[in-house]
Design a protein around this ligand. Structure first.
Ligand code: SF4
Ligand code: SF4
Ligand code: SF4
Length: 303
């Protein structure tokens, strides 16, 4: 079995803490090496960036790269005396390290942009959130870390509901009873993967509490009895995963455009900054203030 015993660190503790703030996490199996966390914006990198990272891993570290669970890449075993040179090298190629501390963390995204079930352009939205809230709020100190994830549909591959704020694509069905013919074999019933629609007394019905707005019944009714006038975004707040867990709760409305989502995210981060208590996660802030109070502040004037 591989040895996992930590080796005493020869780098001063204050330097270890400073480097952690820059995205360099100590490799406990070495006396003076760090793993450098690369910010990938939304989990997608170009071939050119991949070449740069490959060269950096070989030139400054052990030649290995590790994928993190939050879609960043860590270059392995960078010696302490190579840290500055690596930062300079990355910077010259438009890349940076980071992603730690009590602030907005790197955004994670599923591949909803290209996935058959994706309802929104997750890569584009994640990159926009990255620019405005990871880069733009870099110096904004928060009570605790703040994680954001963007998912293309309720399949939740990237687990937005376990983040402080999650965005999930949504397409809500609306029934026109006048057009429904109560077919023996209903295409809307057949299309739903979680068996929500039912046809009773000659009319299709969809329980809105059970429907997850996945939109898989979109365009299925040949008579146009079920339409989907809005494709938009559910915003979930207050999730967390780790030593303690909490599942985020959705705001009551589906937001219909990206500008609304960005406004809600900005308000959420500012609310956490201003009304959170140092050391508490956003889930605790919501529990303390009350979900309805928080929601009212986030949606004020938007809907
Ligand atoms: S969450 Fe939905 S859109 Fe995103 S990768 Fe999974 S199935 Fe595709
Ligand atoms: S929703 Fe469409 S397919 Fe289903 S019963 Fe009504 S008319 Fe028929
Ligand atoms: S939106 Fe999805 S969950 Fe809701 S009825 Fe249609 S297929 Fe079923």
């Amino acid at each position: 079995m591989a040895n996992n015993t930590p080796i005493p660190c020869t780098v001063p503790a204050e330097e270890v803490a400073r480097l952690k703030g820059l995205g360099f996490l100590r490799d406990k199996l070495t006396a003076d090496c760090f793993n450098a966390r690369i910010i990938t914006r939304n989990g997608k990198i170009t071939a050119e960036e991949a070449r740069t990272l490959s060269e950096a891993a070989a030139r400054f570290g052990s030649g290995e790269m590790a994928m993190t669970t939050r879609l960043t890449i860590e270059l392995q075993r960078i010696p302490y005396d190579q840290v500055d040179a690596l930062i300079d090298f990355l910077s010259a190629h438009g890349l940076e390290t980071g992603g730690t501390g009590a602030k907005v963390r790197p955004v994670v995204s599923c591949k909803g942009t290209t996935c058959q079930y994706g309802l929104i352009d997750t890569f584009a939205l994640s990159e926009a959130i990255h620019q405005r809230f990871y880069e733009g709020f870099h110096d904004v100190k928060l009570p605790h870390k703040f994680k954001i994830a963007v998912g293309g549909c309720p399949n939740n591959c990237v687990k937005p509901e376990l983040n402080d704020l999650g965005v999930i694509g949504a397409r809500r069905p609306v029934i026109d009873p006048d057009k429904c013919k109560g077919c023996k074999v209903c295409q809307v019933v057949n299309a739903c993967p979680i068996h929500v629609p039912v046809v009773t007394d000659g009319l299709v019905a969809i329980d809105s509490a059970a429907c997850n707005d996945c939109g898989r019944c979109f365009g299925k009714c040949p008579f146009g009895a079920v339409s989907h006038p809005v494709t938009g975004y559910h915003v979930y707040i207050g999730g967390r995963w780790g030593k303690r867990t909490a599942r985020a709760l959705p705001l009551d409305v589906i937001l219909s455009d990206e500008a609304q989502v960005m406004t809600v995210i900005e308000r959420t981060i500012c609310l956490f900054r201003d009304q959170g208590i140092a050391g508490e996660r956003f889930a605790d802030t919501i529990a303390r203030l009350g979900f309805e109070t928080v929601q009212a502040q986030l949606l004020d004037g938007i809907v």
